[in-house]
Design a protein around this ligand. Structure first.
Ligand code: NAD
Length: 319
């Protein structure tokens, strides 16, 4: 197929591009390189059409949609630091950008795969978050929640295009995804901890570290994306993609220190100091992954040790 990947120079997008090329597809990438890196695509450079442009520009999108049979829409403003620092740009990218993609896809009848986030569940701390579960959010003017709002609107938009315009849409909610090529600069906890551990520098934990998280290896996530993208049963659905193994941030720090043989200490910084006044975080977020298992038989295969090892290996490489 001829496939467009928006945000294809990013962390997850670039892994998806590699997989699509390996499976024989022709790939166009549209990315403004705001958080993505052209070097993420260096091994694929001669095999893809790369357009440096924005999903906010209808002219860039029209070029990107030329001779396309399928769209994966990953372009977004991501990362808590990024969202809190640039709330307006993030909201517009995540809402208007998605609307632009859906609108053009609907006019050309091209299926769209929309990447949403576990952030839509907000502060719901249930043992296992099902796709139909309620969202629990803080105030709209607590900037952290604007990412959740935007992704939820993306889902509603995609669903409305499916229902009213018969557009073939699939929506996934990624839970924390980690692996090589992920930048720690945007507040992503695992690469940030691994880098500090490798440098024997203090590992900074925000809050008391008792909050828990679940992490999935990006290669598992790409397996899930590929399985769902071409499954008839996933059309019009919202599907969680994540690993349900839960670990506290304190235990994560300890595990990374021990597995990298680091001499780092753990230091604690209050949320307010890290993110600004009134910052709210969730205590835990655990995915229910029954639906994806029923639809395509997917389960995560790689454990946290392999995620830490793969990230550490990449960070030790020169350049
Ligand atoms: P990323 O920042 O590495 O990728 C996003 C890409 O979009 C970047 O390459 C960036 O340059 C590009 N981009 C941003 N604004 C753009 C614009 N206006 N036009 C074109 N390109 C633009 O982040 P990622 O982790 O790879 O995220 C990919 C998708 O997955 C995003 O939609 C994100 O919301 C979603 N997601 C990721 C996670 C995770 O754990 N990594 C969790 C939940 C959801």
């Amino acid at each position: 197929m001829r496939i467009l990947v928006t945000g294809g120079a990013g962390f997850i997008g670039s892994h998806l591009v590699s997989r699509l090329i390996a499976e024989g597809h022709t790939v166009t990438v549209l990315d403004d390189l705001s958080t993505g890196l052209q070097s993420n695509l260096s091994t694929e450079a001669n095999r893809i059409k790369f357009i440096r442009g924005s999903v906010l520009s209808t002219a860039d999108l029209s070029r990107a949609f030329e001779e396309i049979d399928y769209v994966f829409h990953l372009a977004a403003a991501v990362g808590v630091f990024n969202i809190v620092k640039n709330p307006l740009r993030s909201l517009l990218t995540n809402i208007r950008g998605t609307e632009n993609v859906l609108d053009l896809a609907a006019s050309k009848k091209i299926p769209v795969f929309v990447t949403s986030s576990s952030e839509v569940y907000g502060k719901n701390v249930s043992d296992s978050l099902k796709e139909s579960d309620d969202r629990i959010l803080g105030s709209p003017v607590t900037l952290r929640w604007s990412y959740s709002e935007a992704k939820a609107i993306d889902e509603s938009l995609a669903y409305a295009y499916h229902v009213e315009k018969n557009l073939e849409t699939r929506i996934v909610r990624f839970f924390n995804t980690v692996g090589p090529r992920q930048l720690g600069a945007y507040g992503m906890v695992v690469p940030r901890f691994v880098r500090a551990a490798l440098n024997n520098e203090p590992i900074t934990v925000y809050g008391d570290g008792n909050q828990t998280r679940c992490f999935a290896h990006v290669h598992d996530v790409i397996d899930a994306v590929i399985a769902l993208a071409f499954a008839k049963g996933a059309i019009g659905k919202v599907v969680n993609i994540g690993n349900d193994f839960e670990i506290s941030i304190n235990d994560l720090a300890k595990k990374i220190i021990s597995e990298t043989g680091s001499k780092s200490d753990v230091v604690y910084v209050p949320y307010d100091e890290a993110y600004g006044d009134g910052f709210e975080d969730m205590e835990r977020r655990v995915p229910d992954i029954k639906l994806i298992n029923e639809l395509v038989g997917w389960k995560p295969r790689r454990d946290l040790s392999s995620m830490i090892a793969d990230i550490a290996t990449e960070m030790k490489q020169p350049g």
